[in-house]
Design a protein around this ligand. Structure first.
Ligand SMILES: [Zn+2]
Length: 179
């Protein structure tokens, strides 16, 4: 388990860095219409660094194939995902957007940007993958996802009750441990 986790964390980190480096330049900064509601919750240096990249479908990471070759099957299919954040590059599958509410989705991804910022990419991947494996590979139970969902739901329910997302994430992260 430990060996497979280390392998997965290393591969995932390399993938995230690669995707970010490859895509950030091609992305669009947040639109002014999106910045106005979000800047009540996020620091401007968080929002300024975000880039949005639209794709038809989010591709599965190449290391999945390596795992299959090792006989490990993971219940993971990014093709079904609407959005994914690589450090501060938010990739969005446009055909899936209709089913989602735009601002809460964007809010959610910006929370991930803050998590990456506070944790660093390596630590983010450690917590994410450890959380995923220890929750029976249930994506919705990954603590970093639960945290992001809690904050975007709070925003969705009360878009005028401002709070500092950076401060909330800092508090949430105190509850997570993985040596
Ligand atoms: Zn998420």
């Amino acid at each position: 388990m430990k060996e497979m986790m280390d392998y997965l964390i290393g591969e995932a980190e390399a993938w995230v860095v690669h995707e970010h480096n490859h895509l950030w330049d091609t992305g669009k900064p947040l639109a002014q219409n999106d910045i106005i509601p979000l800047e009540k919750f996020f620091n401007s240096n968080t929002l300024d660094q975000v880039r949005i990249v639209y794709v038809d479908q989010i591709e599965n990471p190449p290391f999945i194939k390596g795992l299959l070759d090792k006989g490990i099957t993971l219940s993971l299919n990014f093709n079904q995902v609407t959005a994914i954040t690589f450090i501060n590059t938010v990739v969005i599958a446009s055909p899936k957007l209709k089913q989602e509410i735009w601002l809460p989705l964007l809010f959610h991804e910006c929370v991930h940007v803050v998590q990456y910022q506070l944790l660093g990419t390596r630590r983010f991947m450690e917590l994410y993958i450890y959380g995923w494996l220890s929750q029976g590979m249930d994506y919705y139970k990954i603590p970093l996802e639960v945290d992001a969902a809690n904050l975007h739901k709070r925003f969705e329910a009360h878009p005028d009750n401002f709070f500092s997302a950076e401060r909330e994430v800092m508090e949430q992260l105190k509850n997570h441990t993985y040596a």
